[in-house]
Write a protein of this length. Structure first.
Length: 343
């Protein structure tokens, strides 16, 4: 799918931005985040304590599942810190991101922030969005055309079916990419403190697991924990852009349309908000990345009405519908490699 080029009209977003500011939707929600962070941290620490108390037993795999969910909820908070949503001070927000990302979750905050900011600037833009860059999966027709043989061609042919199984390895891939970025010196601003925090995480994580569990149980625990973390992370981010408009190289869209036309919202109530960490309001989040998560639901009504008034397509679907759209897009992309026509 290719986005239709529009005449740049920056004033459209400026008017919307004034409405959002007038509604005080960019104001920080300190107490809300204080409670949210405290509850999430207490749950995470309680699971860690439960892990130590449970000892060397296969029942620990249940704790591994719960820790995978808790790790993802912590990652959502690190995401909010990276977008300056939590505190007024950039230093305080970065500190939250560093402690949660590097120390507790084991992901390089600096590496993720650089990658994520590039995605926000050019969502679904070929050659600019790292989230649709050439990888194991193919996200554009150009990537499909480059799959001339070998395992990558096989994966691309069946990528819709392989998508969820491959998410089991997404957590591991994120950890490896984080370590690699620090070793290669790509992160300069916080490289020293990130090296210390990430090393502390690896020592504490692996040391704690192998001290409590026998080697076989320890490996099983790590596999389950990382698989749940990868699946949960992937399932939270996949509905946001996959299957939405792709902006071709050289194609220009104004900021408002670039963000709205390439993003998809997921309908739901408070449980969906909690489950997806506020990422279900992807359109509003992309328009106002520093808007605190608790304000996104209120902003959604305002943005939806504004898009209707300006005849801008606003995509919102159910959670199941979002996965169907994303998987359908991946399946259609792989059709030429299967010798079939896209349906």
């Amino acid at each position: 799918m290719t986005a239709t080029t529009q005449t740049a009209r920056g004033s459209d977003f400026a008017v919307l931005c004034r409405q959002v500011r007038a509604a005080n939707l960019l104001q920080r929600r300190g107490w809300n985040y204080a409670v949210r962070i405290s509850v999430t941290l207490l749950a995470f620490l309680a699971l860690c304590a439960g892990f130590v108390l449970a000892g060397d037993t296969w029942y620990q795999l249940g704790i591994a599942v719960a820790l995978g969910l808790a790790s993802t909820q912590l990652a959502f908070l690190g995401h909010d810190g990276g977008h300056q949503q939590v505190c007024r001070s950039r230093r305080a927000n970065d500190l939250i991101g560093l402690l949660i990302g590097d120390l507790l979750v084991g992901l390089s905050f600096g590496w993720w922030l650089d990658k994520h900011n590039r995605h926000h600037a050019n969502p679904n833009h070929e050659d600019h969005d790292p989230d649709i860059g050439d990888s194991v999966l193919a996200f554009t027709t150009a990537h499909i055309a480059g799959r001339t043989g070998g395992p990558l061609r096989f994966i691309a042919r069946h990528q819709a079916w392989l998508f969820f199984p491959m998410l089991c390895f997404e957590g591991l891939q994120l950890h490896v990419a984080s370590v690699r970025s620090l070793i290669q010196g790509k992160q300069r601003r916080y490289r020293r403190i990130e090296s210390v925090l990430l090393s502390a995480h690896l020592v504490g994580y692996l040391g704690g697991i192998f001290l409590v569990l026998s080697p076989l149980k320890a490996l099983a625990f790590i596999a389950v924990h990382q698989a749940i973390f990868g699946i949960y992370m992937g399932c939270s981010f996949a509905p946001n852009h996959k299957g939405m408009a792709i902006i071709a190289p050289g194609e220009q869209l104004d900021f408002l349309r670039r963000q709205v036309l390439t993003s998809r919202n997921v309908r739901g109530g408070w449980f969906t908000d909690l489950l997806l960490g506020g990422l279900n309001y992807q359109i509003e989040h992309h328009l106002f990345p520093n808007m605190p998560r608790p304000n996104l639901r209120k902003a959604q009504r305002l943005v939806f009405q504004y898009c209707q008034e300006h005849h801008i397509s606003y995509t919102e679907t159910s959670l199941v519908g979002s996965y169907a759209a994303a998987l359908g897009y991946l399946h259609r992309l792989g059709a030429p490699l299967r010798g079939t026509s896209p349906s």
